[in-house]
Design a binder for this molecule. Structure first.
Ligand SMILES: [Zn+2]
Length: 326
């Protein structure tokens, strides 16, 4: 008797618990089937796979023609289904042949829209000239972090930009020949410099370069050239970081770094550089491999870029509304 009575009480309790959990259970069921909800999130896991694919092609430096061709094709084909237009821009500079790639994502709002540029270099360094092992210094860097990570973040963003139209126009630019600096007396950022020279009418409202953004201990302080020349863009990025609770963004100053933002800054276009600093120990060594990368770091950077892009128009609207009131 007591047992039965107990059992029936237990049953009742279980039913009550089940009933009270019902909204929770049904929402789990919704999420299990609501696949679309997930596709609007920046996925660090997808981004990590995009790094893996680039690294599998091998080093993307000038003497690795086949890896370069395959990687360029991969970037192109990854974006093609998502972008409004995509253009490969071949160039010759300082005795080298290079290929920049530009993909456009038109915004949804009517009339003139602000344009944002997000860029990354897709080449990798021809020499691991900081390798602790002298014998490895003549070999090229694999560039999981220095090259592939920035590209992967932009590719994943491209997918999201097509899934959910932004108010602003967004261009993704993949620059070649960034990392030849100091090799045979060459400068850094040959591809970005050439792009800026060849396209004097290209004047986005703001831009961001991402470089070396996958490390497990990623830290992104405010790069000095960016802060000096484009403090308003730095402020907006760090506001996005605060909103997204992205703790890899540090509220402190880094160093002045030469990267693909510099040619833009030199022609008065506010483009900032998001880069790991101090550089990780494997920078420009044979150890720049995917084992150093973290899904969480990639996800933080991606979420911040998406926040930056999706909040940019509302600020522009805000200032437009203010000027109407005047
Ligand atoms: Zn580099």
């Amino acid at each position: 008797m007591i047992k039965t009575s107990n059992r029936s009480r237990t049953k009742k309790v279980s039913v009550l618990i089940l009933l009270s959990l019902y909204p929770l259970i049904s929402s789990f069921a919704f999420h299990a089937h609501g696949y679309e909800a997930d596709t609007f999130q920046f996925s660090g896991e997808r981004t990590m796979n995009l790094i893996r694919k680039q690294v599998a092609f091998g080093p993307r430096s000038p003497e690795n023609a086949e890896s370069k061709e395959n990687t360029l094709q991969f970037i192109h084909d990854s974006l093609k289904p998502y972008t409004d237009s995509i253009t490969i821009l071949p160039f010759k500079a300082l005795g080298y042949r290079g290929y920049n790639l530009l993909a456009n994502f038109s915004g949804r709002s009517q009339g003139p829209r602000p344009k944002l540029m997000l860029g990354a270099h897709w080449d990798t360094r021809a020499l691991a000239d900081r390798d602790p092992n002298y014998l490895k210094r003549d070999s090229p860097v694999l560039g999981a972090n220095d090259g592939a990570s920035g590209v992967a973040v932009l590719l994943e963003l491209g997918r999201l930009l097509s899934n959910s139209r932004q108010a602003v126009d967004v261009d993704l630019i993949f620059f070649d020949l960034e990392d030849m600096g100091g090799i045979n007396g060459l400068p850094f950022s040959i591809g970005a410099q050439t792009f800026v020279e060849k396209n004097p009418d290209y004047r986005p409202n703001a831009g961001i370069i991402v470089d070396m953004v996958c490390d497990k201990n990623l830290r992104i302080p405010k790069e000095i050239n960016s802060f000096n020349a484009a403090p308003e863009v730095i402020d907006k990025v760090w506001e996005s970081a605060r909103r997204q609770r992205a703790e890899v963004f540090k509220n402190e100053f880094g160093a002045a770094i030469i990267d693909d933002h510099v040619p833009f800054l030199a022609s008065g276009i506010p483009v900032v550089n998001l880069i790991h600093y101090p550089f990780p120990r494997y920078w420009h060594t044979s150890d720049d491999t995917i084992e150093n990368c973290s899904i969480d770091s990639l996800e933080q950077v991606g979420r911040v870029l998406l926040d930056f892009v999706s909040t940019y128009q509302s600020d522009a609207n805000g200032s437009a509304a203010t000027s109407k009131l005047d």
